[in-house]
Design a protein around this ligand. Structure first.
Ligand code: ASP
Length: 441
């Protein structure tokens, strides 16, 4: 028998009907031993997430206003779920206690964490499993950074005492015991932490889509689902904007060599996407050499030109020093003989652009600096590209045929990604052109 850890997102636990689906999934496989729930999410367009309501409660309390009206909406959701599921415990008492604690502690993290805490309590009663409070087993250091090894030790010890348990996602505590949360969507990270500590065979992340798409479905119509991809590919795609999993959820399981399976609570028969350390060589259908495409808008290209730059010692360092001095990180660094370009996210430059340019002028004395805003980046990613000659030709031909001008090209030395910089206006056209060039229907 193996061990599986399941994490259910907010949409998978938004009401009693979804709790029933979750129970059916868990009971269909005896390998499920630990479950990590999010707080109830939206039930329909325009609905409110419990976490958002909890932050609103905190803001009320902080400005010395009553949070009761908002808390009532929260209480009604949990009471409704408990009633429909016929749960026999004092949910009302727990809610009163929670409301008082939110008022008393005046702490945003504590308030937000109650969404997962209450949902975890309900789910543990419904499944008849033990409840482990994440406050006791997920630790942050005093600065609020996640303490991975400390957590792994205490989480492992705790799990050994419970053959089946529910551990709420999203929060943990500082060394002094005060509650602290991950960033939004952080229950994905909690699930990965539990999977690592349980030495699970697989971390199953149940959500409301049947896996990871090869491209953003809002841009490319009906993209194919990725059946299998590596953690490295996922990292490249998520960094460039593809979202399904919280970015930081990759590290605990990748480190432990545990695969992550993204599945759909509303279509449990779909196999979903498997994220693995080493993908099998034949995991891509037919001759498909790419794994996915992702992109981001709003970058600026700083092109610095100086005759004989290539023979000048320290030129590149001085350019990057100017960025570092103003706390700006860069994305890419394509260089020519006498030109060096730096790609920076617009949001990094907002208030510091003029100072950085001035500093580069002073320390590098370039012949010219050209600033091009309005750049979008698109990454085409896949291990299959590494050994396939002609990949770049196919990609650039597709862009040429679609009339897209390429402003910048960057290929990582691993050869598993090619990144192109284009004008923002060409973003959608370019994504579709690349997708069609590599993926046959
Ligand atoms: N409930 C939290 C949020 O809405 C955490 C999570 O769902 O993963 O961000």
């Amino acid at each position: 028998m193996g061990i599986k850890v399941a994490k259910f997102g907010g949409s998978s636990l938004c009401d009693a009907e979804h709790f029933r689906k979750v129970k059916a999934i868990i009971e269909s496989d005896p390998d499920y031993r630990y479950v990590v729930p999010s707080a109830p999410g939206k039930r329909f367009d325009g609905d409110e997430k419990i976490t958002d309501l909890l932050y609103q409660c905190h803001r009320q309390v902080e400005s010395n206003r009553s949070h009761e009206e908002i808390f009532k909406k929260i209480a009604d959701r949990y009471l409704g779920i408990a009633r429909e599921l016929g749960l026999d415990f004092d949910v009302e008492g727990l809610l009163i206690e929670t409301s008082n604690a939110i008022r008393q502690y005046k702490n945003p993290d504590f308030a937000a964490s109650r969404g997962e805490y209450l949902n975890g309590m309900l789910l543990s009663k419904y499944l008849g499993w033990d409840f482990i409070d994440a406050q006791d087993v997920v630790k942050f250091d005093r600065q609020g950074s996640f303490a991975s090894e400390w957590t792994n030790e205490i989480m492992r010890e705790a799990l050994q005492k419970h053959s089946h348990a529910v551990i709420p996602g999203f929060y943990g505590s500082y060394p002094n015991g005060d509650v602290h949360t991950f960033s939004r969507g952080g229950s994905d990270i909690s699930g990965a932490i539990v999977a690592r500590a349980a030495q699970a065979d697989v971390y199953v992340n149940w959500t409301d889509v049947s896996g990871f798409m090869m491209a953003d479905p809002r841009i490319v119509k009906n993209p194919k689902c990725i059946r299998e991809l590596s953690y490295r590919e996922l990292r490249e795609l998520s960094y460039m904007g593809a979202t399904v999993l919280h970015e930081d959820a990759i590290f605990p399981v990748h480190k432990a060599g545990i695969p992550t399976n993204i599945r759909n609570t509303n279509a449990p028969e779909d196999p979903g996407t498997m994220i693995v350390v080493n993908p099998s060589p034949d995991h891509r259908p037919g001759d498909q050499i790419i794994t996915g495409i992702a992109g981001h808008k709003n970058f600026t290209l700083l092109s610095i030109e100086k005759a004989m730059m290539n023979s000048e010692y320290g030129f590149g360092r001085r350019v990057l020093q100017a960025l570092e001095d103003f706390g700006v990180s860069f994305e890419h660094l394509p260089t020519g003989i006498d030109t060096m370009s730096v790609v920076v996210a617009d949001k990094e430059l907002v208030t510091r652009k003029d100072q950085i340019i001035q500093r580069i002028q002073q320390t590098c004395q370039p012949d010219s600096i050209e600033i091009s805003a309005g750049i979008a980046l698109i990454a085409t990613v896949g291990h299959g590209m590494t050994s396939a000659p002609g990949t770049a030709a196919r990609l650039f031909t597709a862009l040429y045929e679609a009339g897209v001008n390429i402003r910048m090209i960057d290929q990582g030395s691993s050869e598993m990604n090619i990144i192109v910089g284009i004008d923002i206006k060409d973003f959608e056209t370019a994504m579709n052109a690349i997708y069609r060039a590599f993926v046959k229907d």
